[in-house]
Design a protein around this ligand. Structure first.
Ligand code: HEM
Length: 674
């Protein structure tokens, strides 16, 4: 699934400026650093006490040339300089104004959020910044010179503030703010213990044109109804059949990788994993062959461009697509609408076709079908045939496109970062390959195989810890709330007002020294060691004994008590968690069995200007990170593909145990390794 980043319609655009030469050479020096522990995180600063953090007053030139940056500098100065001052009440007219304007009144409990609620969050921020009046939230106010921050990777910018301000802080852009949560106890409270109090806020705005009322942006009532229908679709027999589909999709990719290996070519594996995931999800969701691993069709191009537009919207501070007339004037919106029309035509015709031979069945009957034999195992077929859940075609389309988008890029990102991490860690690669050789060898994988592969699961868990997809969850408070203290050190916890926007940074939590030993080190074996920290009040820590038997990565929010939530937590948890885990595991097993991937960036390590000079994470040194819906590499994951067993890397005609098809008598024994 995705979690997208938008600063909301009121936010300011912050341009990442050119780096200073000093910053560039700093990065060149560390560009080849491997995935090892970075130096100790910087000491947490009390900003006001440290003059170094206070940016210089922006000059007239700054204001003329780059107003947003000048504004942020000026704001940061005001915040930092006022930290040591006594509160200064704002002029009397200020309070009068807020009391006199009826449209600025705060909404009452139970009422939908209104303008007054949003305005009041601005009021609190203005009073805090300019009057130095403590805000009820009690969170440190993050202030910094944003000049050095790379807003292409906003989660990295938030990491810099995390190192400075700790596990909860408030970030202001002008009067607008959002809280940034980097604490497992608060995350548990928001997602699991009090989820009705929050909706997806700005995320819904970004997604509504594309996903309509699909699960991710849907209003609560629609979400409840559709979640109840869709979740049972991911039942065990469906997943078993999907494991077979994953195998088939990889079988299409393997000959291409083999050819590249034989010709000594370098491939962008990030792009290849994107195509693989698109083929898988097309088949799984509506039994549609994108065939994107092998060809470029107009539908594939439209699908890829649409996914690109989702990302673009997520990264754009202002909702430009809402501006009247923009859809007919802005070329990228015109293209987007044409693509959307094409995709909608395909989707609606698939839905119509499926409805033609609708065969309504009870849920239990659908769940007990022999999916190893059915011709169309798709989620669409399941939803159409599910008795009692009749919905219109539009809702069906919204459901399906949401699954398509949510299930595409996330899995591709996990495969990309896993390949990157293993290309840097020979020991981890050797361990996981030994397990793959032993458990699966050359045949297709089964559900049960993956359950019996702890090493592979540890690698996936570790990948998701270091590069979670998405790196940020977005929420907005619908009612007031008081957060637990957790590891924040804020006595009594933060008090949240209605309409407060917030990010839960799963990226920061994955890299938090409060929650992990050597957090910047890729170490799959950590998943065998318990870890706890009494400083984080109310946090149970990680205990491998809380992992279920079999597949466990999808339950890590329980085993880590919400320090790692690879698939979210609570009722809005990923509906495709097991599906995704199995897909990533099957692909990893089939590819790592046959190939080695050596990182080979055609233009050398990522150029320094693509990296954030403030980012302490050395693991971005070679490929860089940018955010989209998930974390992407900055330029692609270019790998020289090598055969693991030269001359023996074909897919033998093998039996797919998932389909229960009898093997032909003359099928040769699979034989890559003796
Ligand atoms: C490794 C791959 C995946 C990862 C890491 C992942 C992660 C997540 C996360 C973290 C959330 C919760 C976000 C939040 O609370 O804001 C989520 C939600 C969701 N995911 Fe996934 N996801 C993956 C694959 C998939 C797949 C394959 C599908 C569908 C086939 C899918 C469908 C969804 C949907 C529909 C939601 C929204 C659920 C709801 O609100 O009820 N995801 N995912």
């Amino acid at each position: 699934m995705l979690g997208l980043i938008t600063l909301g319609p009121q936010a300011y655009q912050l341009h990442a400026p050119a780096r200073s030469p000093g910053a560039a050479s700093h990065h060149r020096a560390r560009a080849s650093v491997r995935l090892v522990e970075a130096e100790a995180p910087p000491k947490r600063e009390t900003a006001g006490a440290n003059n170094d953090l206070i940016p210089e007053e922006p000059t007239l030139n700054d204001w003329i040339n780059n107003m947003p940056i000048a504004m942020s500098k000026s704001l940061a100065r005001t915040i930092l300089l006022s930290e040591t001052k006594e509160p200064e009440p704002l002029p009397g007219i200020w309070d009068w104004f807020w009391d006199a304007m009826p449209f600025l009144a705060a909404g009452k409990k139970g009422e939908p959020l209104g303008l007054g609620d949003v305005a009041r969050t601005f009021k609190t921020n203005i009073e805090q910044i300019f009057g130095n009046i403590p805000a009820p939230d009690k969170a440190p106010l993050a202030a910094a010179d944003v000049e050095g921050l790379d807003f292409k990777a906003i989660f990295l910018a938030l990491k810099t503030y995390f190192d400075r301000y700790g596990s909860v802080y408030k970030m202001c852009f002008g009067p607008k703010s959002f809280m940034v949560v980097n604490d497992p106890v608060i995350a548990r409270h928001i997602l699991r213990e009090n989820p009705e109090n929050y909706d997806k806020g700005a995320l819904s705005l970004v997604l509504e044109d594309i996903m309509g009322k699909g699960l991710i942006p849907a209003d609560y009532e629609t979400w409840k109804k559709r979640r109840r229908a869709i979740a049972p679709g991911f039942h065990k027999l469906y997943l078993q059949r999907m494991v077979s589909e994953f195998g088939q999709a990889n079988a299409n990719l393997i000959p291409q990788l083999l050819k590249a290996a034989q010709e000594g070519r370098v491939l962008d594996m990030e792009e290849r994993f994107g195509s693989l995931a698109l083929d898988v999800i097309g088949k799984a969701v509506f039994n549609y062959e994108f065939g994107s691993v092998n060809e470029e069709s107009p539908v594939v191009k439209a699908a890829i461009r649409t996914l690109g537009e989702v990302e673009h919207r997520a990264l754009t501070p202002a909702p430009y697509w809402k501006i009247p007339g923009a859809n007919s004037l802005v070329p990228r919106l015109k293209e987007f609408n044409t693509d959307m029309n094409l995709l909608n035509d395909v989707l609606y015709s698939l839905i119509d076709k499926c409805l033609e031979d609708r065969n309504p069945e009870e849920l239990e009957d659908l769940k007990n079908k022999d999916y190893s034999k059915v011709k169309d195992p798709s989620m669409l077929r399941f939803l159409v045939d599910l008795r009692g859940e009749e919905v219109d075609n539009k809702q069906m389309r919204d459901d399906l496109i949401t699954l398509l988008i949510a299930g595409h890029e996330t899995t591709a990102a996990v495969l990309t970062w896993m390949t990157y991490a293993l290309s840097q860690d020979a020991q981890a690669l050797k361990t996981v390959q030994a397990e793959i050789d032993e458990v699966i060898g050359d045949r297709y994988a089964t559900f049960e195989d993956i359950e019996n592969m702890p090493e592979l699961q540890k690698v996936l868990a570790e990948t998701l810890r270091m590069w979670p997809a998405p790196p940020l969850f977005i929420r907005c408070a619908l009612e007031e709330d008081v957060w637990p203290e957790g590891g924040t050190g804020i006595e009594g916890g933060c008090k949240l007002a209605r309409a407060n926007d917030l990010f839960i940074s799963t990226y920061n939590m994955g890299r938090s020294p409060q929650l992990w030993e050597n957090p910047n080190t890729f170490d799959p074996q950590r998943w065998d060691r318990p870890f706890s920290n009494p400083e984080v009040k109310g946090w149970k820590g990680y205990d491998p004994n809380r992992r279920p038997k079999g597949l466990w990565v999808q339950n890590l929010e329980i085993a880590t008590d919400h320090a790692l939530m690879p698939f979210g937590a609570g009722p809005r948890k990923c509906v495709g968690d097991q599906f995704a885990l199995l897909e990533a595991a099957v692909s990893a097993a089939m590819l790592l069995r046959r190939f080695e991937f050596e990182l080979e960036m055609p233009n050398g390590p990522v150029k320094p200007e693509m990296l954030d000079p403030n980012n302490p994470d050395k693991s971005v040194g070679t490929v860089g990170m940018v955010s989209a819906a998930t974390i992407h590499t900055a330029t692609g994951l270019f790998c020289r593909v090598k055969e693991r067993f030269p001359g023996a890397t074909d897919l033998p005609p093998m039996q797919d145990p998932n389909l229960k098809a009898p093997a032909p008598d003359d099928a040769p024994e699979p034989a890559l390794v003796s």
